[in-house]
Design a protein around this ligand. Structure first.
Ligand code: NAP
Length: 335
């Protein structure tokens, strides 16, 4: 079955997903594209056979030639599009964040509960990375006993000049927040942000790096180094320590070179290179579910949980204190 897909937001990741749905993955046909910048929407539509540029996201959602929608506009615009997709009964893949605040996420959760079946998948692609999937399999298979703590690093070579200290949490650490809820199958209890010495190579005023400490309900502690101007490449690390062993994310390079007395592996340039296969798997699994008129994978509830953890971390960033994560009770729709 071919799913006819509409795309809202033709920026960086929107174009990347259009490419993957057009040239890499079977089972999709892009039929409509909208962007605030009409010329950009037209340019991207022109690169896809039979796709049309439409004036607004709501036109994409209402189109008879669209079965399912990919939302890749900027975060504050997600809520309106996702609610309109639910109202139209169309499956929707929404890039993270589902919405910028817990309350906005809860409005989406409530709309989906009222609809009665899941329609929303949130773009937490790390759940689809083969390394993290192997880690989860080893953990649930009992290879290291009960998990106790984890050490992570999330390093970007550079961040845009518009990047704020808050965005190290909302744009970067949000991936680890979702990942550990999925990996450990429990919610977060509290968040604390620590401030190491600031890099002189980061833009003035940006608190970079930061250390985020998350505590789960059972007491697992997860420390995450967030460093968005590390200069040398995009470097994602994760080591989970259990009672009888550890699990470490292997470095992702396809090739290691030994020569001239040295050993080297390529460090990915950015998130697109590092997680290219995870994005492919993520969207393929979304297409498979959307073909049946529903959604799988990270849910709107997971989007809400991530927003609630971000909220606590942002409060800690401001106050310097450990901050509890507050969450509502989970509706039955989300298991
Ligand atoms: P971007 O390059 O700025 O692209 C966003 C595009 O959406 C822009 O062309 C923007 O137009 C357009 N837009 C904004 N509001 C819109 C609306 N209401 N209707 C239609 N188009 C609208 O940003 P990006 O880097 O692609 O990021 C997009 C989303 O993906 C963000 O939520 C981001 O957090 C997420 N993301 C996720 C990952 C991941 O690893 N999962 C990676 C990167 C980004 P203008 O430029 O004219 O405003």
């Amino acid at each position: 079955m071919t799913v006819r897909v509409g795309v809202i937001g033709a920026g960086m990741i929107g174009q990347d997903h259009v490419r993957r749905l057009t040239t890499t993955l079977p089972g999709a046909r892009i039929t409509a594209i909208a962007d605030l910048d009409a010329a950009r929407a037209q340019q991207v539509a022109d690169s896809v056979p039979a796709a049309r540029a439409l004036p607004t996201g709501n036109d994409v959602i209402a189109s008879d030639s669209v079965d399912a929608v990919v939302v890749t506009s900027w975060g504050p615009a997600h809520e309106e599009s996702v609610l309109a997709c639910i109202a139209a009964g169309k499956p929707v893949f929404c890039e993270k964040p589902l919405a910028p605040t817990p309350d906005a996420c809860l409005r989406i959760v409530a709309a989906e509960v009222a609809h009665g079946t899941r329609l929303v998948q949130v773009g937490f692609m790390r759940r689809y990375d083969s390394g993290y999937r192997a880690m989860k399999q080893a953990l649930t298979g009992g290879r290291i006993g009960a998990p106790l703590l984890a050490h992570c690093a999330h390093r970007n070579p550079s961040a845009p000049g518009t990047f704020t200290s808050q965005m190290l949490i909302t744009d970067a650490a949000v991936h680890e927040m979702d990942l550990f809820r999925w990996l450990l199958e429990e919610d977060m209890l509290a968040a604390s942000v620590l401030f190491p010495r600031r890099s002189s190579r980061s833009p003035e005023g940006l608190q970079d790096p930061q250390i985020l400490l998350l505590e789960t309900a059972s007491g697992v502690h997860i420390d995450i180094e967030l460093f968005v101007n590390c200069r040398y490449g995009y470097d994602i690390r994760c080591e989970l320590v259990g009672e009888t062993g550890t699990l470490s994310l292997a470095q992702p390079a396809d090739l290691a070179v030994r020569g001239e007395g040295a050993y080297s592996e390529r460090v990915p340039a950015d998130w697109r290179e590092r997680f290219v296969r995870a994005y492919d798997t993520e969207l393929q699994e979304w297409l498979n579910a959307a073909g049946g008129g529903e959604a799988a994978g990270p849910s709107s509830w997971d989007g809400y949980a991530a927003a609630a953890i971000c909220d606590a971390a942002l409060t800690s960033l401001e106050s310097g204190h450990r901050t509890p994560v507050t969450m509502r009770d989970r509706p039955a729709l989300f298991g």
